[in-house]
Design a protein around this ligand. Structure first.
Ligand code: CP
Length: 302
């Protein structure tokens, strides 16, 4: 039987997304349950992570399941030349679900096609990060009370930032007005703009954050993805492109909230942290409940 994986946010229908968000809300009310007893989840992280891996592990532990895996592929048999194919086929013997982060775009789709258990894409290169998107949607719903007709300002590295690619695709379902704020070198790739064009949705591109921030319901800040640059000089040119300061928030909407998938480097000054519009640490907490909902959905438990 073909298992259900989550590789791209477009693997889920709108009804399925809303069901996961509803389930996440139930887990937020009651996060400690024994419904994964006997289940084993693998976290295979070929790239570094703090939030995604630890929130998945927290999610499984709170539900009574067990976690195995690696946080550094140099401790796995990949260093001996083992292929991803063989790694997945082997891990399939040990677990009920695989959470995988990998630097190569398309690796998660490849793994899902081989695997006999569900594969969750925890980030594949600059491509997609669908579980981040689900926790972002949950955070938007919690803070705005709705997903429809919002103005979202995406700021920073829109070229390499997989979180903005997934989130843009998801939010296109709810008549979102998008403002893409990026330096010329890090603009939203054409394939994603074409995605919006095909849906007949409007977006605006600008390099000037101040010209659009006052209209935003959500300001989604992102880090410049240093690890994706082949030329370090190119990174140096754009690394300080946008830095959000507290004084820049005075004219913003009262209900506006600042999201960031984290980690941040310098794109949000710490003086923003105490502003009520800063929501990024609560957003990271929402990752636990959302990932509980994702795991249970893919395992057919809820
Ligand atoms: N948001 C996110 O993916 O963070 P990590 O890289 O720490 O997992």
């Amino acid at each position: 039987m073909k298992t259900r994986s989550l590789v791209s946010i477009d693997d889920l229908s709108t009804a399925e997304i809303l069901k996961i968000l509803k389930l996440a809300a139930a887990f937020e009310k009651n996060p400690v349950q024994d419904i994964l007893r006997g289940k084993v989840v693998a976290t295979l992280f070929f790239e570094p992570s703090t939030r995604t891996r630890l929130s998945f592990e927290s999610a499984v532990n709170k539900l009574g399941g067990k976690i195995i895996g690696f946080t550094d592929s140099s401790t796995s048999s990949v260093t001996k030349g083992e292929t991803l194919n063989d790694t997945i086929r082997t891990v399939n013997n040990y677990v009920d679900l695989i959470v995988m982060r990998h630097p190569i775009e398309g690796s998660a789709r490849y793994a899902s096609e081989i695997s006999t258990v569900p594969v969750v894409n925890a980030g594949d290169g600059a491509n997609q990060h669908p579980t981040q998107t689900l926790l972002d949607l949950y955070s938007i719903l919690k803070t705005q009370g709705k997903l429809e007709n919002l103005n979202i300002c995406m700021v920073g590295d829109l070229k390499y930032g997989r979180t903005v690619h997934s989130l843009m695709m998801a939010m296109s379902r709810w008549n979102t007005s998008f403002n893409f704020v990026a330096p010329e070198e890090l603009r939203m790739p054409d394939e994603y703009k074409l995605y919006l064009d095909n849906l007949g949705l409007k977006y605006r591109e600008t390099t000037d954050l101040n010209s659009v921030i006052d209209k935003a319901d959500i300001v989604y800040m992102t880090r410049v993805q240093k690890e994706r640059f082949s030329d370090p000089m190119e990174y140096e040119k754009v690394k300080n492109a946008y830095v959000l300061h507290d004084y820049m928030l005075t004219e913003t909407k009262p209900g506006m909230r600042i999201l960031h998938p984290l980690p941040r480097v310098n794109e949000i000054n710490p003086d923003v942290d105490s502003n009520e519009k800063a929501y990024y640490f609560e957003q990271a907490l929402n990752g636990v409940f959302t990932r509980q909902a994702i795991i249970c959905t893919l395992l057919g438990i809820k």
